[in-house]
Structure formats: structure tokens, C-alpha cells
Design a protein around this ligand. Structure first.
Ligand SMILES: [Fe+2]
Ligand SMILES: [Fe+2]
Length: 286
């Protein structure tokens, strides 16, 4: 992992130094593992059933699949060779998440249909959509994973297998927000405005979708509850934790997981800021 450099002087976004930092951070923090070589722990029947009963496997497999196809395809848009290589590596890692989930679901007899092959249509838009989606999903995944680890909801051996996957998602969102900033800095000012507007629209789409999921979890619209699997996982994994408690753990885990990387990289701010506002507004018992 790149070490934190508290004395580090920020680099100018859009500069060659910044793109080098972006690419190097990502490639150097890549962790090697092969999903097909993982020795899945033997689970007792009640643990297996609990795992199989979680409602989000299909959604998780589909999301990883779509993200892997989108990121791999979008790498071709990147003009800088080193940054392109980093995006290709992210595509590989997303594909590896899909392979890992395939391994888990077949080992524990969890019925999941093969998602249809996803062909990105508007590459840059789909890449932005996937990137912002990961910023929301990963934030909740950090907290839920911590709650599930502490409570023993998942056997320790499974937690150990998924730890590098969760940390990979932290790297992905860190890469994405810095790539976004770098890309924007390279555009002429009139295209920068349009780019900002497109990003704002995509963020709004994700926000509306998460609010729908949260409402569905409150029982107001059951049909929307299957989307946004990390948010809806709250109901199964962290039933006894209040929404306020969940946000608190998400915020501290987000901070912890992103703290170890080069201090010159900006940290994702959008989702933690929204979470902080919601946290302050919620009464303690919710
Ligand atoms: Fe992933
Ligand atoms: Fe990811």
C-alpha cells in the first residue's frame, strides 16, 4: 500500500505528475489472489442456509458483471497509457469479484442465474454511472462488513476471504474520484461545465434510487427493495443496528479504509457528506 505522506504537497490536477501518481497508486496496491484457488470453509447446514437466504446474491452478481464489462470497455477511452493500464486492472479486479461470487454461490448451493451479457452503450456515461454507483455501494459495504465481522454473522474464515474484496472497492472509489478530477481538469472550461452537469445528473439518479430503496426497507414500496444491494443488505445483516448506528460505522470504516493511501490523493467526499447530514437529522432511536 502507498504510505501516507502527511507532508505531501498536493499535485496540480491534469498534470503529468498527477496522472502518474494516479496510475502508480492503483497498480502498486493491487493484491494477487485467484478466486478459483480459494479453499472455501465447510459450513454447518444452518450457517449455509443463513448465507443462502440473504436476498442480494443475484443483484450482487449482476452489479459486479455490469461494472466489470463497463470498466474494461471504458479503458479504451483513456488517452494516457499508464492510467489506461490502471483502468484495465480495475476491470480485471471487477471480473475477479464476479468469479469469486460464482465460486461462493456454487460452493454453498446458492441459486443465481447467469446475468445476461452486458454491452455498454454510451461508454463514458456508463463508466461514470458505475463509478458513482460504487461510491454509494462501497460506503454501505464498509459498514455492513464491519458489523457482520464483529457480530459473527459470517464465519471468520469467510470474512477473511472477503476482506481483500472490500478493500479493493475502497481503492476503486479512491481511483474514481481522482480520475474524475483529473479528467475534468484536462477539459476546456465550457466542456468542464457540461461534464459537471452530467455528473450531477448521474449522482441525482443514484440518490433517488437509494431513497427508493430506503423507503422500500421501511415497507412503503416493497418492489424497490431489491436494488442497491449493499443498502438493502442492512435488513439481513444488521437488523439490530439502527440506521443512525449503521451510518456511524459506515463513516468510521470509510475513513479507516481510505486512510492508508497516498495523502496527495483526494478522498471521496460526496457520500460521506450526505451520510453526515442524514446522521445529524435522524433521532437517536432510528
Ligand atoms: Fe466489485
Ligand atoms: Fe469496484
Amino acid at each position: 500500500m502507498s504510505t501516507v505522506r502527511p507532508e505531501a504537497v498536493p499535485l496540480a490536477t491534469g498534470s503529468t505528475e498527477y496522472s502518474r501518481l494516479l496510475a502508480e497508486f492503483f497498480v502498486q496496491t493491487h493484491v494477487h489472489y485467484v478466486p478459483e484457488e480459494i479453499e472455501w470453509p465447510r459450513l454447518g447446514e444452518s450457517d449455509r442456509q443463513r448465507l443462502a437466504g440473504l436476498p442480494f446474491w443475484q443483484e450482487a452478481v449482476s452489479t459486479e458483471n455490469v461494472t466489470a464489462s463497463t470498466v474494461s470497455a471504458a479503458a479504451t477511452l483513456e488517452p494516457d497509457a499508464a492510467v489506461r493500464e490502471a483502468i484495465e486492472l480495475q476491470g480485471f479486479e471487477e471480473q475477479r469479484h464476479a468469479r469469486l461470487l460464482r465460486g461462493l454461490t456454487s460452493r454453498y448451493r446458492i441459486a443465481v442465474a447467469d446475468p445476461p451479457r452486458y454491452v455498454p452503450r454510451a461508454l463514458e456515461h456508463d463508466f461514470l454511472f458505475a463509478g458513482f454507483g460504487e461510491c454509494f455501494d462501497s460506503f454501505f459495504a464498509f459498514g455492513l462488513f464491519e458489523i457482520a465481522s464483529r457480530s459473527g454473522y459470517f464465519p471468520t474464515a469467510l470474512v477473511r476471504i472477503f476482506e481483500p474484496v472490500i478493500q479493493e472497492e475502497a481503492r476503486h472509489i479512491l481511483f474514481f474520484v481522482n480520475w474524475l478530477r483529473h479528467r475534468r481538469a484536462q477539459l476546456p472550461w465550457w466542456r468542464r461545465l457540461a461534464f459537471r452537469a452530467r455528473c450531477a445528473w448521474i449522482v441525482l439518479e443514484h440518490l433517488v434510487s437509494r431513497v427508493k430503496t430506503a423507503r422500500a426497507l421501511g415497507g412503503e414500496d416493497a418492489a424497490a427493495g431489491t436494488d442497491n444491494f449493499t443498502l438493502s443488505a442492512h435488513q439481513s445483516v444488521a437488523e439490530s443496528v439502527t440506521l443512525r448506528g449503521l451510518l456511524e460505522i459506515c463513516l468510521s470504516e470509510n475513513e479507516r479504509r481510505l486512510s492508508g493511501y497516498d495523502a496527495r490523493l483526494i478522498r471521496p467526499r460526496l457520500v460521506p457528506s450526505i451520510a453526515r447530514v442524514v446522521y445529524r437529522m435522524l433521532p437517536a432511536r432510528i
